[in-house]
Design a binder for this molecule. Structure first.
Ligand code: ATP
Ligand code: MG
Length: 421
C-alpha cells in the first residue's frame, strides 16, 4: 500500500496536520473496496482530491471517473444528466441519451455538492446505490450499472435532513464511511507552509521574486479565521504576489488583504455599521425596482388608452397627473409643455414620442437608450455587489447568504459561477 506521504505528493496535497493525514489514510484504506464514501468539510478545504485518490487506488482505476457538480446542474435536467433519457421524453429530447450512471459503468462517480440534489433525484440515487438499478427519464425499462459513488458536501447534512431537504436513508447509504477534512484554522501549523508553497508557485507564474512574510505577518496569518480555507489562502497569496512591490510583507500590509478581519480579530470595522449600510443599500435597491415597476404599469396603461382612443391630445389631457407622476423624479422642476401644439393625428404610430416626453433639445434622441443602458448596468453591478457583500458577511456560507438575499441557494450558486466570484 502506498504511504500517506507518497499519495500526498502524487496529488499535490500540502500539509502535515494529523487530521489531514488521517483523512488521506482513510481514503487509501477504503479505496480497494466498493464502499460509498462521503467527504465532508467546509468550502475550500480540498475535498475534491479525495475521490480522485479513491478512484486511482481502486480496481476501477482503468474505468471512467466522472465528477458531477450537483449544485450547478439545473433542477429540470439533472435526472436526465445522471440517468439519461429516452427520445421524446420531454420537449427537445430528440435523441436517446445515456446518463453518467450508464457511461461510468465499471468506474467511479463523484457527486460533488450532493446536498443540492433535488428530492426526486435522491429517490433515483438511492435505488442505484441499493441494487445498481436505474431507469432513464421517459422509459420504463430497468437498467443495471456498477458504479462506485463518492459524494462530497460542505453543508451540514443533519440540518438538511431535519428541514426535509435531504433523505435520511440516502444520507446513511452515502456515508458508509465519512472522511472529514479539517478547516484551515484547525491546521495552524500548515498555514504558513501552504502560503510559502503558493507564494513560490505564483512567483514562478508571474516571473517575480517570491514574497516573504515577516514574523508578525506569520502570526497574523495563523490567527486569521480563513473561512474560505485553502482556496482563500491561495487567492490572497496570489493577490499579494501580483500587487506588492516590496516583496517582504509585514503584518500591516497583510492585514489590508484579509477581509472581515474585524469579526475574527480586534475590530477594525464595526460590524453593526456594515450591517445597517447593507440593509440601507438593499432598501434603496428595492425602492428603485418598485418605482420602475409602477412607472412601467403607468406607461402600459397610457399605451393601451392611446391605442384604443387614437386621440393623443385627449389621452394626454385625461392623464395629465399620470404623465407628471412618471417624469416627476427626473424632471421635477421642469414644466411639462401640455400647452404645446401636438400632432392630433388618429394614427397612434405617427405620434412622435418627444411630443409626450418633455426633454431638453440636446438629449431628445438619446434619452430612452441612455436610461435603459444605465439602469441595466447599475442593476448588474448592484447585484454583484450585494452578492459579494452578503457572502463576505456570512464568511462564504452560501446558504445564509442566499437566505439573506431572498434567492434560492441554487440561484446563488449559479450567480457565483456566472460572476466568477
Ligand atoms: N492540502 C492542499 N494542498 C494544496 N492545495 C490544496 C490543498 N487542499 C486544497 N487545495 C487547493 O485549494 C483549492 C480548493 O480545494 P477544493 O476545490 O478541493 O475545495 P472543496 O473542499 O471542494 O471546496 P468547495 O466545498 O467550495 O467545493 C483547490 O485549488 C485545491 O487545489
Ligand atoms: Mg468542491
Amino acid at each position: 500500500m502506498e504511504s500517506v506521504q507518497a499519495i500526498k505528493q502524487r496529488f499535490g496535497i500540502i500539509g502535515n496536520d494529523p487530521k489531514l493525514n488521517r483523512a488521506v489514510e482513510k481514503a487509501i484504506q477504503v479505496a480497494p473496496t466498493d464502499i460509498s464514501v462521503l467527504v465532508t468539510g467546509e468550502s475550500g478545504v480540498g475535498k475534491e482530491s479525495i475521490p480522485k485518490i479513491i478512484h486511482s487506488l481502486s480496481h476501477r482505476k482503468h474505468g471512467k471517473y466522472i465528477a458531477v457538480n450537483c449544485g450547478a446542474i439545473p433542477e429540470g435536467t439533472i435526472d436526465s444528466e445522471l440517468f439519461g433519457h429516452e427520445k421524446g421524453a420531454f420537449t427537445g429530447a430528440t435523441q436517446t441519451r445515456s446518463g453518467y450512471f450508464e457511461v461510468a459503468d465499471g468506474g467511479t462517480i463523484f457527486l460533488d455538492e450532493v446536498g443540492e440534489l433535488p428530492l426526486t433525484t435522491q429517490v433515483r440515487l438511492l435505488r442505484v446505490l441499493e441494487n445498481g438499478e436505474f431507469i432513464k427519464v421517459g422509459s420504463s425499462k430497468v437498467q443495471k450499472t456498477d458504479v462506485r459513488i463518492v459524494a462530497a458536501t460542505n453543508v451540514n447534512m443533519f440540518e438538511a435532513i431535519k428541514k426535509g431537504k435531504f433523505r435520511e436513508d440516502l444520507y446513511y447509504r452515502l456515508s458508509t464511511v465519512e472522511i472529514l477534512l479539517p478547516p484551515l484554522r484547525d491546521r495552524k501549523d500548515d498555514i504558513h507552509l501552504l502560503f510559502r508553497k503558493f507564494a513560490s508557485d505564483f512567483a514562478t507564474k508571474y516571473k517575480m521574486p517570491t514574497i516573504r512574510l515577516t514574523d508578525d505577518a506569520v502570526v497574523l496569518l495563523e490567527k486569521y479565521h480563513w473561512s474560505g480555507n485553502i482556496r482563500q489562502l491561495r487567492n490572497i497569496a496570489e493577490q499579494i504576489s501580483v500587487l506588492e512591490q516590496n516583496r517582504t510583507i509585514n503584518a500591516v500590509t497583510l492585514h489590508g488583504y484579509l477581509p472581515n478581519i474585524g469579526s475574527n480579530l480586534p475590530a477594525v470595522i464595526s460590524s453593526d455599521k456594515q450591517e445597517s449600510d447593507f440593509a440601507n443599500e438593499r432598501e434603496i435597491l428595492y425602492k428603485v425596482l418598485f418605482d420602475m415597476k409602477s412607472d412601467l404599469n403607468d406607461l402600459k396603461k397610457l399605451t393601451m388608452e392611446l391605442m384604443q382612443s387614437g386621440n393623443a391630445q385627449q389621452v394626454q389631457k385625461d392623464n395629465e397627473g399620470l404623465i407628471r407622476k412618471i417624469y416627476r423624479e427626473d424632471k421635477e422642476e421642469e414644466e411639462i409643455p401640455f400647452e404645446e401644439p401636438i400632432n392630433t393625428t388618429t394614427e397612434v404610430l405617427q405620434i412622435p414620442p418627444q411630443s409626450i416626453i418633455p426633454q431638453k433639445e440636446e438629449d431628445k434622441y438619446s434619452f430612452a437608450e441612455e436610461i435603459e443602458e444605465e439602469e441595466t448596468l447599475s442593476l448588474h453591478d448592484k447585484e454583484l455587489e450585494l452578492i459579494k457583500k452578503s457572502l463576505e458577511r456570512h464568511r462564504g456560507k452560501r446558504k445564509a447568504a442566499a437566505e439573506e438575499l431572498g434567492i434560492s441557494e441554487r440561484t446563488l450558486y449559479r450567480k457565483i459561477k456566472q460572476y466568477d466570484l
